[in-house]
Design a protein around this ligand. Structure first.
Ligand code: HEC
Length: 104
């Protein structure tokens, strides 16, 4: 009996964090939409690729690259570095999940 309660408790926790991640991704993307477009199809400053529908792996890789780089020059990459500096890994995962599901 107690075991069952535990199992359903754990399942509901997992489900909840899954839903939260979906929600977070959407909220986080609001700060990206200005440049990348609501639908992810803008070429930001005419420089970026279209991000809608890219794989989660590629998105995470790009975003972490910007976050971890120290761009000294003023370039378009510096723009992205500033956007991503304060993002936590879980934010990056959530926003990447969201962008990957935008139709190409
Ligand atoms: C102020 C405008 C601006 C905002 C806001 C912005 N970006 Fe960007 N983004 C750019 C520019 C410009 C580039 C191209 C940078 C370069 O030259 O490397 C880029 C590049 C990217 C790329 C690489 C795309 C590719 O494949 O070429 C990804 C992924 C990305 N941005 C994700 C995001 C996410 C996620 C957010 C929100 C957290 C965000 N961006 C917010 C301007 C912006």
């Amino acid at each position: 009996m107690t075991q069952r309660i535990w199992i359903s408790f754990v399942i509901s926790l997992l489900f909840h964090s899954f839903l939260n991640a979906q929600e977070d991704g959407k909220v986080l993307y609001a700060q990206c939409a200005g440049c990348h477009g609501q639908d992810g199809k803008n070429k930001a400053f005419g420089r970026s690729g279209i991000i809608a529908g890219q794989s989660v792996k590629d998105l995470i890789e790009s975003i972490k690259f910007y976050r971890e780089s120290e761009f000294k020059a003023h370039g378009t990459s510096l723009v992205m570095a500033k956007q991503t500096k304060t993002m936590r890994d879980q934010d990056i995962n959530a926003v990447a999940q969201y962008i990957s599901k935008l139709p190409k």
